[in-house]
Design a protein around this ligand. Structure first.
Ligand code: URA
Length: 246
């Protein structure tokens, strides 16, 4: 589970902090400070240059604590293969955050995609939504297009749909259909409700049709559409509303 909000804000002048909290403009905030209406850590402060640390200091205006509202942003990325969804792994690997340029807010991936999987990845700084969408009890369907070795027969497809024992536990009912057959491979459309580690790959391996390529194309009603590989976009208001309602 990703941390709800680990955003570290820099220290700044008190009036700037007040403005960013939506108290008033910087100029007006200066007046409020001079009027003796502002406390930092319980002490009235009238110095305009006072530096505060939003992560540590408690600032009150008229005895009411103020806080910086960070704007919630919701992003859809078409993750290329070769990028990891973890944020810490700074060593040799490429991380998805490197692809989100121009976004000031610190966003986090919602759940994960394997490094070798491409496709739809949601990123947000809305910890509540991340929590909701990645909770095991949550049953939003995720759709994948998988290129697999060989062409599975009906019996195998039926087993896939019904449930397979993966890592000692049965998978929930799944959807699968063949959308293209080649001589040595096939293309499957797969939909699962769970988010277990490498689940699609393990399920395909189980029926002896290992995955060659895997791409996530939708999460519930959210579709990757024709978003280019490596590109991102903000979700529309309608899409955000939909996710919050789930
Ligand atoms: N299933 C997988 O095997 N890999 C993913 O990245 C997502 C689902």
């Amino acid at each position: 589970m990703y941390v709800v909000n680990t955003e570290r804000m820099k220290t700044m002048r008190l009036q700037k902090f007040m403005a960013q909290c939506g108290v008033a403009s910087r100029r007006k905030s200066e007046e409020i400070i001079l009027e003796g209406r502002v406390k930092v850590n319980d002490v009235i402060v009238k110095e305009l240059g006072t530096i505060v640390d939003p992560n540590r200091d408690i600032v009150e205006v008229d005895d009411r604590k103020i806080e910086m509202e960070s704007r919630k942003v919701y992003i859809m990325l078409n993750k290329p293969e070769g990028y990891v969804t973890t944020l810490k792994d700074r060593h040799s690997e490429k991380i998805v955050l490197d692809l989100i340029e121009g976004v000031e807010e610190r966003v986090f991936p919602v759940g994960r995609l394997d490094a070798d999987t491409s496709g739809l990845l949601l990123m947000t700084n809305d910890g509540n939504l991340t929590y909701k969408l990645t909770h095991p009890s949550h049953e939003v369907a995720k759709k994948y297009i998988a290129v697999v070795e060989g062409v599975p027969n009906n019996k195998k497809l039926a087993r896939f749909r019904k449930g397979l024992r993966i890592d000692g536990r049965m998978t929930a009912e799944a959807y699968v259909r063949i959308i293209k057959k080649h001589r040595d491979s096939s293309v499957l459309e797969i939909s699962i409700h769970e988010g277990r580690n490498r689940q699609v790959r393990k399920m395909c391996e189980y029926i002896r049709h290992p995955v060659i390529k895997l791409k996530r194309v939708s999460i519930g009603e959210l579709k990757l559409g024709n978003l280019e590989v490596g590109k991102w976009r903000y979700l529309t208001e309608k899409e955000v509303k939909y996710l919050k309602k789930l």
